[in-house]
Design a protein around this ligand. Structure first.
Ligand code: SF4
Ligand code: FES
Length: 567
């Protein structure tokens, strides 16, 4: 594990509480550290500061010093240094802490300011909270209740604006609800690097829109929905499907690439309704790609495998293991592991291969990186395969070697774990020459050709860990149960190990982590439970000479120029 660097601290006083905070922190964030809420709309910790909503007003003062001598001016009444309070309130989002800064957030003046700002924001805001998708997570609703006047003095007609303007294929705008905070505009420009949104018209007629001829269609467009503090932007996939307060939140990891963006899976009664990003400042800040949000659809995909089969007939895990045992006894077994498997599954895959004396191949999966949160390595856990010792080099062209071995008659049985061998480059003729034991979630050419098929679980239906491109081990939890007929991956692997003649292994995370900690040096002091929600950075130096394919992403810089993709 690698210890994080210590920040440079300054001491400030917020509502009478002294606190040391990192230099450069603004007042909103400093107050958050002492559990003081400074309400805000336009400020977002990962975007530039514009200061346009005025909701974050605070009173601020600095210790008084004699202008000539710079000596502190003391207050005889308190015996402490006098504080020079500014006559007018300041915005907390644009005020960075400085040594001795004093802040007041609860004075009558600040209460009056907040009520005034809320009143302006609500003048043209429609009264459609009961049918608004943002209900339950709406900052305007929450802060109107907490900081608003509690009644309206507005007797005029509200502006009427369009209620359903598609900004792109995945984002719908309700113009009336927009409070013109500009978060969505700044996100597109600063993070997605797609400067596609802007305001037109003036005053109460100001409206968010796309530039002429453009659409909000980049692969990060749904982050605008997440950061919109009101219900102006909604996801076309999620809107009107479910009230958020009914949904259970489960921490998960985006499996699209080796970035490992942290996510939350929102589900109810075994059904997933949406995936949103989870803040991890070391990995994905507060963002994720749109493509990763749709991965939950694989759970109920029509081609999902849900029944164990042995030679095409219905079976059980025990009968599948018995049939596999017969194949294993003939020898000449090869194992194809997966960079999509969890660390725990890769560890058991290694044990299976060792018990069988089998060669191990891993499927390389390389695409185009987008320099944000999709990396060139599309395996979420290639580093896991290295750390657990399943492989000791990058998986370039290894399936070609397996194909040649099959051609040469050196392999009789292939155990494919979560990988479609045909998609990975083996020909139909090669597949026809071997007996295949397939563990996987969806039907494909390999499951069709396999003698034994054991349906397993998607990432949403199990718990485990992945190691991302930074060598950060991150855990995820089970969000929903798997389909009836699917086996837990660890149970299926453990049954195969027993079928191969290996020692029985308890197929649960604590037991496997006890073994991992004992046998894998990089994980020596760890348990599944003590991995923090934001992950732990492992020492990746033993593998630093390997030519990983990733280029730069949001919080990752390759140590050296990446090698050319080889698969
Ligand atoms: S749509 Fe939402 S995020 Fe964009 S400016 Fe309006 S209120 Fe802000
Ligand atoms: S948060 Fe909008 S002005 Fe500070």
């Amino acid at each position: 594990m690698i210890a994080p660097a210590q920040p440079d601290l300054v001491t400030v006083n917020i509502d009478g509480k002294e606190i040391a905070v990192p230099r450069g922190t603004n007042v909103i964030e400093a107050a958050r550290l002492v559990a003081i809420d400074v309400p805000h709309y336009c400020y977002h910790p990962k975007l530039s500061v514009v200061g346009n909503c005025r909701m974050c007003l605070i009173e601020m003062g600095l210790p008084a010093v004699d202008p000539a001598t710079k000596a502190p001016i003391m207050d005889p009444a308190s015996g402490k240094q006098k504080i020079n309070w500014m006559p007018r309130p300041q915005i907390g989002c644009a005020t960075n802490v400085s040594p001795g800064l004093h802040v007041r957030t609860t004075t009558p003046q600040i209460k009056d300011c907040r009520e005034g700002v809320m009143e302006f924001l609500l003048i043209n805001h429609p009264l459609d909270c009961p049918i608004c998708d943002q209900a339950g997570e709406c900052k305007l609703q929450e802060q109107a209740t907490q900081y608003g006047r509690g009644y309206s003095r507005f007797v005029e007609q509200k502006n009427v604006k369009p209620k359903r303007t598609p900004l792109g294929p995945r984002v719908m705008l309700d113009d009336e609800r927009c409070i013109l905070c500009s978060r969505c505009i700044r996100f597109c420009k600063e993070v997605a690097k797609d400067d596609v949104l802007g305001f037109i018209d003036r005053g109460s007629f100001s409206t968010l829109t796309c530039y002429p001829g453009k659409q909000l269609e980049n692969n990060y467009s749904l982050n605008t929905v997440d950061i919109c503090p009101v219900g102006a932007l909604t996801s076309t996939d999620f809107r009107f499907k479910m009230r958020v307060w009914f949904l259970k939140q489960t921490n998960s990891i985006d499996t699209e690439s080796s970035v490992g963006a942290n996510t939350v899976v929102w589900s109810r009664e075994g059904v997933i309704y949406r995936i949103t990003p989870r803040r991890n400042d070391a990995v994905n800040d507060t963002w994720m790609a749109d493509s990763g949000r749709l991965l939950y659809k694989q759970v109920a995909a029509p081609d999902r495998l849900s029944a164990i089969t042995v030679q095409g007939a219905a079976g059980t895990l025990a009968s599948a293991a018995a049939a596999a045992s017969t194949l294993f006894q003939a020898g000449a077994v090869a194992v194809v592991g997966s960079g999509r498997s969890t660390v725990e599954e890769q560890f058991l895959t290694k044990q299976l291969a060792a018990t069988l004396g089998a060669r191990v191949s891993l499927v390389s999966r390389v695409g185009q990186g987008d320099k944000i949160l999709i990396s060139a390595d599309r395996n979420p856990n290639l580093r896991g395969a290295l750390v657990t010792g399943l492989i000791d080099t990058l998986p370039s062209a290894q399936l070609a070697a397996l194909g040649a071995a099959i051609e040469a008659g050196q392999v009789k049985t292939v155990v494919a774990i979560g990988e479609d061998l045909a998609a990975a480059g083996l020909t139909a003729a090669q597949l026809a020459k071997v007996s295949i034991v397939y563990l996987g979630t969806h039907a494909n050419a390999t499951s069709v050709a396999a003698k034994i098929v054991v349906p397993t679980l998607t990432v949403f239906e199990k718990a485990g860990t992945f190691i991302n491109q930074q060598f950060r081990i991150q855990k995820f939890a089970r969000a929903v149960p798997g389909p009836a007929g699917a086996s837990d991956d660890l149970a299926a692997l453990s049954a195969l190990i027993a079928a191969a003649g290996g020692a029985a292994i308890a197929a649960d995370l604590p037991a496997i982590w006890a073994q991992l900690a004992a046998e894998v040096p990089a994980l020596a002091t760890m348990t599944y439970r003590n991995i923090p929600d934001t992950g732990l950075l492992l020492d990746g130096t033993p593998w630093s000479a390997l030519p990983f394919v990733e280029g730069e992403t949001l919080h990752y810089k390759p140590a050296a120029a990446p090698a050319l993709a080889t698969a």
